[in-house]
Design a protein around this ligand. Structure first.
Ligand code: PEP
Length: 249
């Protein structure tokens, strides 16, 4: 069987400045070389042009942290997929738990965003994940299954163009990482669900996100169904991010 593609994507969240970004990119690009896996920086929208210019000709790809489900029009403050495309954005995170939690994004909205990304030639990184209360109630697989089903249904034949990221909400930014076994169990369930949509869909990578760092990445990435990482805090330090890229290679 062909090996699945690996992806390590940094999510800078609402961090950075022109100066801080320049220093971070210098550090990452100095050590990046030509990695076997895809490496992505999902940056705040105002810095897309800065990052696009700096990464030209390197192995680092550009990502966005969110995007509108709409193509254009009276949606004040929103950024469309086509606008992202103008800056060379190749990936867009959709359905991050911080968007679901603080901006009321529903499963249906996330699915619409994933479809809009694909229409613009952008790979959606579709985040799914349970809260601590849901995990403790034994609902993890039901929750992530519901979140993924909404996207699979909406995308239909195009689902093979998306990448899923399993991000347990209780592990994001908390320093509490899912154990490799906990993460693998959910990834296996997600893989089975993707398989029900066909071989091409199941062949797409599934990323883990939630306090992945230089110390725990190798163990997580050694799991059979963990094909990369979506990295928040550790993506803001070049050495840590590069260590995770090395673990994925
Ligand atoms: C994230 O924001 O997607 C994330 C996984 O954050 P952290 O690595 O900081 O937990």
């Amino acid at each position: 069987m062909q090996q699945r593609k690996k992806i390590v994507a940094g999510n800078w969240k609402m961090n950075g400045s022109l100066a801080a970004n320049a220093a971070l990119l210098d550090g990452v690009l100095e050590g990046l070389g030509q990695p076997a896996c895809a490496v992505v920086a999902c940056v705040p929208a105002p810095y897309l042009a800065q990052v696009q210019a700096r990464i030209a000709g390197t192995a680092l790809a550009l990502g966005a942290q969110d995007m509108s489900a709409f193509a254009s029009g009276a949606y004040t403050g929103e950024v469309s997929a086509a606008m992202l495309g103008d800056f060379g954005v190749a990936y867009a995170i959709v359905g991050h738990s911080e968007r679901r939690q603080y901006h009321g994004e529903t499963d249906a909205k996330v699915a619409d965003k994933a479809l809009a990304a694909l229409a613009a030639g952008i790979t959606p990184l579709v985040c799914v994940g349970e809260t601590l209360a849901e995990r403790e109630a034994g609902q993890t697989e039901a929750v992530v299954g519901r979140q993924l089903a909404a996207v699979l249904e909406k995308l239909g034949d195009q689902a093979s163009g998306m990448v899923v990221a399993y991000e347990p909400v209780w592990a994001i930014g908390t320093g509490k990482t899912a154990t490799p076994e906990q993460a693998q169990a959910v990834h296996a369930a997600l893989r089975a669900q993707l398989q029900s949509a066909g071989d091409a869909v199941a062949a797409q990578p599934i990323l883990y996100g939630g306090s992945m760092n230089a110390a725990n990445a190798a163990q997580l990435l050694a799991q059979p169904d963990i094909d990369g990482g979506l990295i928040g805090g550790a993506s803001l330090k070049a050495a840590d991010f590069l260590a995770i890229v090395s673990a994925a290679n």
